[in-house]
Design a protein around this ligand. Structure first.
Ligand code: SF4
Length: 366
């Protein structure tokens, strides 16, 4: 019996060894799940070495920072899905996602995961510290204006995850210790009002613009195109809190949806609401229909505005931007409203990097 036991123990050890050597090498480390919602949304840790994107990396004239990748608000017109897909592909290539996980992180149609698998950037402040040194090296002499840093260019920095993870707040705490920055924040969330203390501190030492993003005051249209975003009333209340606290805040109307929210009544209602909330500025820009956005946006358009998809397909057939004549007419309409409601007349952040052209057409037609 004892001999049989010794033999079987040797056999077991040998089996175990075979099993161990048969196991493929461990993946460097899977992406840890930090939290999960009942409806299945997962929050996953990502530890990037760098968080501040330079203009050379992104091709725009400002530096950008996004504490999260992916966004639960799930706007159908959101162009940032590509950034999520890129992060997922890199994680797979680095061996941190199995093929099954990779499929899960892409979603059945390639767009779902952006709204349901949110990357939370850990060690954000340490990465920012190093990035700020890089940023300040490029800033030149102290009397020269620094390039803008914009928070929230690809995902909302105050999306629901921020309540739990507070990454944006930590970024602001760090930036509040800097002098002479030129800082912009874009958000759809009333949670921004939580940080009014920090925003005040920042504004004492740097230039600051807070853009509350709202495409219409019509809550029904909002729900058609933005799956889980805060209501217009909640956003306008947040804007009011910011301006009442002396924060340089205004409205960003982007995207204006051709044939849906570009008519005078819609835009006037927005400008009036902005005025009543004490906004310092209102900027606007038309929809850009990037290829990656079409699959998500056009079926929703089809469902709610069946006479529009064909016109959109024609208008956006060759470019992701609206036709030039439409852009001019919309620009003219926005400038008239800016004048009428007493806001500074300029092309704002959305249009700042596009060529300026005179407005020649009065009608908005795709
Ligand atoms: S809130 Fe902004 S980042 Fe989030 S889904 Fe909407 S457009 Fe995209």
């Amino acid at each position: 019996m004892a001999v049989r036991d010794r033999k079987s123990n040797r056999a077991k050890r040998s089996e175990q060894l075979q099993l161990l050597t048969a196991v493929p090498p461990c993946r460097p480390s899977a992406l840890p799940v930090l939290d999960e919602r009942l409806r299945g949304t997962k929050f996953v840790e990502l530890a990037p070495r760098s968080v501040l994107n330079s203009p050379q990396q992104t091709g725009v004239d400002f530096w950008s920072l996004n504490p999260y990748i992916g966004c639960e608000f799930g706007c159908t017109y959101c162009y940032a899905r590509y950034a999520h897909r890129y992060a997922v592909e890199r994680a797979r290539d680095a061996g941190r996602l199995s093929e099954a996980e990779f499929r899960d992180f892409r979603g059945p149609h390639g767009w779902e995961a952006f709204e349901r698998r949110i990357f939370v950037k850990s060690r954000l402040v340490a990465a920012l510290e190093a990035d700020l040194r890089r940023y300040l090296r490029t800033a030149g002499p102290p009397d020269r204006p620094t390039a803008p840093i914009v928070i929230g260019t690809a995902t909302d920095p105050y999306q629901p995850a921020e309540r739990r993870f507070r990454l944006t707040r930590r970024v602001l705490e760090r930036l509040a210790r800097c002098d002479g920055l030129n800082l912009g924040i874009i958000t759809k969330s009333p949670l921004v009002a939580r940080d009014v203390d920090l925003l005040r501190d920042i504004q004492q030492r740097s230039d600051l613009e807070v853009y509350v993003s709202l495409i219409t005051v019509d809550a029904r249209v909002i729900r058609q195109f933005e799956a889980r975003s805060p209501t217009p009333a909640a956003r306008l209340r947040a804007l009011q809190k910011l301006t009442a606290a002396g924060i340089n805040a205004g409205l960003i109307v982007a995207p204006v949806l051709p044939g849906i929210t570009d008519d005078r009544p819609h835009l006037e209602a927005l400008f009036r609401a902005a005025r009543e909330a004490g906004a310092r500025f209102v900027h606007a820009g038309p929809l850009r229909l990037y290829p990656a956005v079409r699959d998500r946006f056009l079926p929703v358009l089809e469902a709610h505005f069946p006479d529009l998809p064909e016109r959109y397909r024609r208008a956006y057939a060759r470019h992701s931007g609206v036709p030039r004549t439409y852009a001019r007419a919309l620009g003219a309409r926005i400038r008239r409203l800016q004048t009428r409601f007493g806001f500074p007349v300029n092309e704002g952040m959305v249009d700042r990097y596009r060529p300026r052209r005179p407005a020649t057409q009065g009608e908005l037609r795709l």
